[in-house]
Design a protein around this ligand. Structure first.
Ligand code: ADP
Length: 542
């Protein structure tokens, strides 16, 4: 016997419909690339999202065709979130911090047909458009008539001209909730980046879960500042949960420095902010010398990298702001765990509470997790035994776009590449990473890319790259190199060799010359041993 309730597909268009009908006057505030502040409401977002959908129809874009963005957090990006997915196309948010070669590769792999970009990225698009034959419409996210002359990009239009010509009426189509809605590439440890392809269903379930009190606790009373980029796992899903709750949204645009973020928090009475530790480091660094205070900020969700204990303490004790430590992945939409205390913890002394807050937290309903040993056997939740962390749930990837990399699952579980303990109360703590990558300021650097480039230098016999702790960026890459016998090679010479081969911020901070790289029985580099041998090493300028 089937239940007798109405069956409606969970579609992203229903979020924007809801925001318009039930929270239409909720404010959206954006710092624009031009530097000024733009204000409007959820009602305007909905109307302009419909115009986006119309403009895409005008290009004869079919169901599931890809529309890419290279854009900061701002109102036009938000309209694309709803207009592209709502009309049945797939929003592909590209990370502009990647190397242009990688961006061109990603756009071609995704088969993007439209690229909407902020003026900041005009030089980048000028560099790659000749290599992306599938993109048939370029849209500059700027005011009407503001496209500069002589860009060399064929058919480039301003966003306002593009959507301005469209009527505001549009009936959102209804379709299978399992249809693809958006995609995000993540740099793999080996080979090319792979894409997580989100569905309408996974996005809506994640949006519900993210808004729960023990998760991000979002409500119509909040003013929310996502500093985490909209090109990074959909800004942790905040745009969708914001539409669901009707909260005020505040977008920082390209200005992510401490001063700009602080000003926005104060002027827009932000109650809740989200970002990686590096951004908050810059914010606290700006506030401390002048003894600045927060007048409205209550909570901040920090994830992407481990949150340093000093940051949790500073936010809590010096500024009265609750830190919610979160863990997740692009492959997980991204939320997996969030650290909120249980009732029984509230009577504990602050020091003990802070020790718990340092953990990455408890699984959100919808995510199941386990830790396993090398043989795949599940390990005890004793808070001491570390194991490989596996997850499963309806907003976790089953397979990468185009089946890249084969079947990623093991008995239905997704191996995260993280190593963790879980305690008896279900609190996860990340203790290490089994995947060979470095995370700097919340962005990935592939150790293997760095090693391969070094090894292509004639004077390098062997190279191994490891992440070293950095006070601002969390980790920075250092490459250990064995020189070929009888050949000369200096640190600066090798660092210069990286020029143009990877993005500037991915170039190692230092080169350490060693006699040998420690190898295991199978010839695999033993990075743990290498890291041990670098104990006491300090990165330059730290
Ligand atoms: P995001 O940066 O949004 O979490 P990514 O897919 O770029 O998504 O990175 C996911 C990886 O980042 C995780 O597998 C883990 O290695 C690391 N990570 C994320 N959050 C944390 C955290 N709170 N503590 C430690 N590592 C984290």
């Amino acid at each position: 016997m089937l239940g007798l309730m109405q069956s409606q597909p969970l579609l992203i268009s229903s979020l924007i419909d809801h925001a318009e009908r039930h929270g239409g006057d909720g404010e959206i505030v954006s710092r624009r690339v031009e530097g000024d502040i733009h204000r409007y409401t959820w009602r305007d977002v909905a109307q302009r999202a419909r115009q986006v959908a119309r403009a895409l129809d005008g290009l004869n874009l079919l169901f599931s065709d890809r529309v890419a963005t290279l854009a900061w957090n701002g109102y036009r990006h938000l309209e694309l979130y709803f207009g592209v997915s709502g009309s049945g196309r797939v929003l592909h948010t590209i990370n502009p911090r990647l190397h242009p070669d990688q961006i061109a590769w990603i756009a071609n792999h995704a088969e993007d047909q439209v690229l909407c970009f902020d003026a900041t990225f005009l030089p980048l698009v000028q560099a790659i458009h000749g290599r992306c034959p599938g993109i048939r419409q370029y849209v500059l996210l700027c005011d009407a008539g503001k496209v500069p002359a002589g860009t060399g990009i064929p058919g480039l239009v301003s966003y306002e001209d593009w959507i301005g010509a469209q009527p505001a009426s549009y009936d959102w189509p209804s379709f299978d909730e399992n249809s693809a809605s958006s995609m995000c590439y993540t740099s793999g440890t080996t080979g090319n980046p792979k894409a997580a392809l989100y569905s309408h269903r996974s996005t809506l379930l994640h949006a519900y879960a993210a808004a729960l009190p023990d998760v991000m606790a979002l409500s119509a009373r909040d003013s929310v500042l996502p500093v985490v980029p909209m090109f990074h796992v959909n800004a942790w899903g905040i745009p969708y949960s914001a539409a669901l709750t009707g909260c005020k949204l505040v977008f920082p645009g390209p200005a992510l420095d401490g001063k700009s973020v602080y000003e926005l928090i104060e002027t827009e009475k932000v109650t809740y902010a989200a970002g990686v530790p590096t951004v908050w480091q810059m914010l606290l660094g700006h506030m401390k010398p002048d003894n600045l205070r927060f007048s409205t900020l209550k909570r901040t969700v920090i994830g992407g990298s481990a949150c340093p204990p000093a940051m949790i303490r500073a936010f809590g004790e010096d500024y009265g702001v609750d830190v919610l430590h979160a863990w997740g992945m692009t492959e997980m939409s991204p939320l997996g765990t969030l650290c909120t205390l249980k009732n029984k913890h509230l009577a504990m002394p602050l020091e003990e509470q802070n020790r718990i807050r340092l953990k990455q937290g408890r699984a959100i309903f919808g995510v199941d997790m386990k830790i396993v040993d090398g043989a795949g056997q599940e390990l005890a939740w004793d808070g001491r035994t570390p194991g490989d962390l596996y997850v499963k749930g309806p907003w976790i990837v089953r397979e990468y776009f185009k089946g890249e990399g084969g079947d990623p699952l093991v008995d239905g579980w997704f191996p995260t590449g993280d190593v963790a303990t879980i305690d008896a109360d279900g609190f996860l703590q990340i203790t290490d990473r089994s995947k060979d990558v470095i995370k700097s300021g919340g962005e990935w650097i592939s150790s293997i890319d760095i090693e391969n480039i070094a090894m292509s230098h004639p004077a390098v016999q062997m190279a191994a790259c490891v992440g070293m702790p950095h006070p601002k960026w969390d980790e920075r890459p250092v490459v250990a190199v064995v020189r070929r016998a009888g050949m000369e090679l200096s640190r600066d010479e090798l660092l210069r060799f990286y020029d143009g081969k990877i993005a500037k911020w991915q170039v190692p901070d230092d080169v350490v010359f060693v006699d040998a790289i420690p190898l295991g029985a199978t010839g695999k580099m033993l990075k743990t041993r290498l890291r041990e041998s670098l104990k006491g090493y300090k990165l330059p300028n730290t």
